[in-house]
Design a protein around this ligand. Structure first.
Ligand code: CA
Length: 237
């Protein structure tokens, strides 16, 4: 998708920020640049943002706290974390807190643009319509909404993507690679951590006991299955 994405860049290094803003604008996106967390929250609270590009090291609010705050709100932008913290543990923590993608500094402009395009393309509405029902869960594909026992559950775009992919193939195993290719894009099939953390987030939101999932089960070393019939609940011990 070229053009049409509303992107908010949160980066306190002004040289880096301007570089990102200009490159993304040249690619046809509408870009706003802010240098601190408070300004970012102000924009996110008042304007539509499709994609948030978030530096974790900010002068006022820790980027991880900002990310958690954003995920509690109605507005649910895609979040690409761009960080100097390059350890696996940092990446996992950001994904758990609700990031959709993670790029460690230093990175190439080409890599960043490829990820932005992939994220915005994948977030475009899916052509499939209809309502899927699994037990007490109801997924309205067109509206992108999940209702559990009559209560709407807020899902991020990538959570919805993974859930939709599993539901479309319910009762059958989907491998990590298949899920990654379908939801993140063909260039992301090695990013198993992405699937694992999104599955954890989905279980926390949709399962009664996330540690003993009855719907979203694991086939160890292979992938995940959305069960057509829930596995029996664990007996109380
Ligand atoms: Ca910084």
């Amino acid at each position: 998708m070229t053009g049409g994405g509303a992107i908010l860049v949160v980066e306190d290094d002004s040289g880096m920020g301007r570089f990102l803003r200009d490159a993304l604008s040249d690619s046809g996106h509408r870009v706003q640049l802010v240098g601190d967390g408070r300004s970012a929250l102000r924009v996110l609270g008042t304007e539509r943002v499709d994609l948030l590009i978030l530096d974790l090291g900010l002068p006022d609010i820790d980027g991880m706290d900002l990310l958690r705050t954003v995920r509690e709100w109605e507005s649910n932008p895609l979040v690409l974390v761009v960080s100097a913290r390059g350890q696996d543990a940092d990446k996992v923590a950001a994904l758990r807190a609700g990031a959709d993608d993670y790029l460690a500094k230093p990175f190439s402009l080409q890599e960043l643009l490829a990820r932005v395009e992939a994220r915005l393309r994948r977030a475009a509405p899916t052509p499939s319509q209809g309502v899927l029902v699994s037990g007490d869960l109801r997924l309205d594909v067109a509206a992108g909404q999940v209702v559990r026992r009559g209560v709407p559950v807020r899902l991020t775009p990538m959570e919805l993507g993974v859930l939709h992919e599993l539901w479309r193939h319910r009762g059958r195993v989907r491998t990590h690679r298949e899920i990654l290719a379908a939801v993140w894009g063909p260039a992301f099939t090695a990013e198993h951590t992405y699937v694992r953390t999104i599955v954890q987030r989905l279980r926390a939101k949709l399962e009664d006991d996330p540690a003993h999932p009855r719907w979203l089960t694991t086939l160890p070393g292979v992938g995940y299955i959305w069960q057509e019939v829930p596995v029996p609940a664990q007996p109380p011990r």
